[in-house]
Design a protein around this ligand. Sequence first.
Ligand code: UN1
Length: 496
Amino acid sequence: MAKIYKNLINGKYVASSSGKTYKNINPANTSDVVGIFPLSEVSDVNKAVDAAKKAYQIWKRVPAPQRGEIIRKATEILIARKEELARIMTREMGKVLKETRGDVQEAIDTGLYAAGEGRRMFSFTVPSELKNKMAFVIRRPMGVWGVISPWNFPMAIPSWKIFPALLCGNTIVCKPATDTPASAGEFVDALHQAGVPDGVVNIVYGSGSKVGEALINHPGIAGITFTGSSQIGKRIAEVCGKTLKRCSLELGGKNAEIVMADADLDLALDGVLWGAFGTTGQRCTATSRLILHEKIHDKFVNMLKKRTEALKIGDGLDEKNQVGPCVSEAQRQSVHSYVQIGLQEGAKLLCGGKPLKTGKNAKGFFYAPTIFTNVTPEMRIAKEEIFGPVLSVLKVKNLAQAIKVLNNTQYGLSSSIYTKNVNDSFRAIEDIEAGITYINAPTIGAECHLPFGGVKETGNGHREGGWTVFEIFSELKTVYVDYSGALQKAQIDTWD
Ligand code: UN1
């Protein structure tokens, strides 16, 4: 039986104002309906923002350690429900259970980190240039944040945004991706059960064109946090720019793993298999390009082909499977159209390259893990984000060329190099244009207590995760306290 979900507005679960709903389907088995969700209207967004504005007046005055305590309680609910939530997530998103457990765990880690931050919220205290005067900086909340989250990390990414935004004293209206609304809904429910005051966290389900647009245009919203494509990110930045709303954008990636001639090839192979085909390649950190030193190119490609063809594809609820389906038919078609582009561009198809539509995979959106060799840096499959199980292999002569090829994309999120040479690895750390560089590890695997984000068209300079996420969701207020009892003039009064 499919669960019926409702919008959460002002602490109450309510249907959309039109009463319209939509079905959330299991991408591994289209006859399995995971849930029924409201298809909301602009008026639902307006109600949610009004509730969040009212609740902000109360929430901003709750001391940060107490806000942290509610976040800790919500996290405990996630801990208790971890297995159940992972199963819901595999059913709605498709990735295998091991990975959905990891996704819930990432939300748990983020919750514990944010709860602790309630007792830090560090800022600055500096000396004043004048006597009997003190100067310091405090963090203030901003108001109502709109949270627009993607389908590939249906709980981890909402948690990266919602926990820190709340901890800072903001209230929230969130719109999860239409393909994976259940995980976000369960996450928000944990906060509701943990006792966040009514209106502090609201969720409105529906399309980007209605709910998302209404959120980004709403004058009552102080900021928008978005993870998704660079194309939509630019649209959000444009709208937010008009009213100078803050927006924090985590966008596309075209991440590469470099394998140098001296690398531990077995280790590099494990890395690229996990980076390229984990989450069916549907991560913004996925390894989408493999840059091989010419000396080991042929050998490594052979090793890779064998292991890729042995990957077990299927329903993620079956623990034997290693790679689940694409999230939707539209996503599978988009992946397949990139494969056609690769073929037209003259790349050589090493394996995969087709949808899997027979036998146990007939009822899902499965796609064979795909590798192209003979890829050159100017091909579209070497530069554009595919967001699926497709890996483009490029051959280089040396480190300088490897880094040049790696940087030859509009994106700059994650990157990786396998080498035993310490000089080469530090050269790579310095010259690779990306927000994250891994040495002897794959492009995926970011930890919640370090900054996460990228350069170039991967974002607009913000970093989620770590201590930096609290900078996104707070304003700095500089405070001067003059206890001299006299008018003192900075820059003018002498220091004697
Ligand atoms: C994303 O792909 O949008 O580092 C986020 C990783 C995960 C987060 C990925 N911890 O791959």
